[in-house]
Write a protein that binds this ligand. Structure first.
Ligand code: SF4
Length: 413
């Protein structure tokens, strides 16, 4: 590997890390002021945002230790056979960069991942060494998110959880068939077994903390994973089912969905085009339905078409309500919270406010309108004091009336 300076390494390894969605948000439009006019850019990389356990949005230095890898996962720009410029930090360089950026107030933490160098254990040792040095040698109190390598010695993964706030292990692809085809060197069983070990260590850490105040916390921000969407034949129903299974078995804090983006010099087994970003967005909405709205994976799948794909033009909650109109209208003055959560256009906060206010008076449509961005979306699905939708709920053109109008994009925007 040719010698390159720290700044060049940073450029290469921050760029290589942008494909990991575990702490990033995609789906925004591309804007960039680097040409001269204006200020800011949505396309830079190197610093991403994540939510701390207390809900604060924090900025993280997001880099790879190296983008060299002995594996050859077809969807990955860093795979062995990819023709990209390679770079590698030493653990000490990552420590210095993190501390420098932290002192300058650019970041509040570190997100560190890596290609696999030499072996899974060797790579994991290097990743752990960064976190150890930050915590033990420099008493770094900022946030640390480490990607762990499933094949690594469980003791190294355990150490990662001792130093990091969050650890994550990517399942990468939603189905075993997809993983076997696109990442044959990875083993779905080992990935799940590593997640299970991390779950057990988190639980043990919590138990110990209850008994001894001084017991060290283990990954207090929990574990997360990422799935690539659109690189294999998995349907939205497959993806939602897999996510639900992972939440149930390993009590993950988050599953991230990353729309596959065609990479330069890509393998012939991959699709040529990326899936619509809206697909990724609909999967995030489905994820919220399962985590906060009481939907099961099977119910989310009921909102999908016969091929298992969620509609792109309307959100999955609206799609479900349109398909199961017999559950509506819901009386906002009497219905249980769970039924109100099914109403399209009503979020968790709005429902909680409705439930709190109806103790004191009967709610009218205007009261609901104050809590939602679109009362037009809510009206067909609720009853309130002085309001019944009568035939509106069953109208055959209701879907068309509630489908957001397509916006004409500016040709030169
Ligand atoms: S192991 Fe990770 S870095 Fe290496 S090719 Fe596979 S996805 Fe890319």
């Amino acid at each position: 590997m040719a010698q390159i300076d720290l700044q060049q390494k940073l450029a290469v390894l921050a760029d290589a890390a942008k494909y990991d969605a575990s702490c990033a948000s995609s789906g925004t439009s591309k804007r960039d002021s680097r040409g001269g006019k204006g200020i800011g850019s949505t396309e830079g990389m190197g610093i991403c945002h994540a939510y701390a356990p207390d809900g604060r949005c924090i900025s993280l230095l997001k880099i790879l230790l190296t983008n060299s890898c002995i594996f050859d996962c077809a969807y990955c720009i860093n795979r062995k056979s990819s023709n990209v410029r390679r770079a590698r930090f030493t653990p000490d360089e990552v420590v210095r960069l993190t501390l420098d950026f932290y002192r300058r107030n650019y970041i509040e933490g570190l997100f560190l991942s890596s290609g696999i160098i030499r072996s899974s254990d060797y790579t994991m040792e290097q990743i752990v060494e960064v976190a150890r040095a930050l915590r033990d040698d420099h008493h770094f109190k900022g946030y640390i998110h480490l990607k762990t390598i499933p094949d690594a010695d469980p003791e190294l993964v355990r150490l990662a959880g001792v130093y990091a706030d969050r650890v994550s292990i990517n399942v990468e692809l939603p189905t075993v068939a997809g993983l076997t085809r696109l990442a044959p060197e990875k083993d779905g069983g080992r990935i799940e077994s590593a997640m299970k070990d991390v779950r057990a260590a988190i639980d043990e850490g919590k138990d110990a903390k209850k008994r001894f105040k001084s017991a060290p916390a283990f990954a207090p921000a929990g574990q997360s994973t990422q799935m690539i969407v659109g690189a294999d034949a998995a349907t939205d129903s497959d993806i939602v089912g897999r996510a639900s299974n992972l939440y149930d078995r390993f009590r993950l804090r988050r599953v991230y969905y990353s729309a596959f983006s065609p990479i330069p010099d890509s393998s012939a087994v991959l699709p040529l085009r990326r899936p619509p970003l809206m697909r990724e967005h609909r999967l995030y909405q489905s994820d919220w339905l399962m985590r906060f709205y009481g939907f099961t994976a099977a119910e989310v799948a009921q909102a999908a078409d016969p091929a298992g794909m969620l509609p792109l033009d309307i959100d999955p909650k609206l799609a479900w309500a349109l398909r199961f109109r017999e559950h509506f209208p819901v009386d906002v003055n009497r219905a249980p919270r769970e039924a109100l959560l099914r109403v399209p256009g009503l979020g968790v906060k709005a429902v909680d406010k409705l439930v709190a206010s109806r103790r004191w008076r009967r709610l009218r449509l205007d009261d609901v309108a104050r809590l939602t961005a679109s009362i037009a979306k809510v009206r067909p699905f609720i009853e309130a004091e002085g309001w019944r939708p009568t035939l509106l709920t069953d109208r055959s053109d209701l879907a068309a009336r509630l489908t957001p109008k397509r916006e004409q994009l500016e040709l030169f925007g």
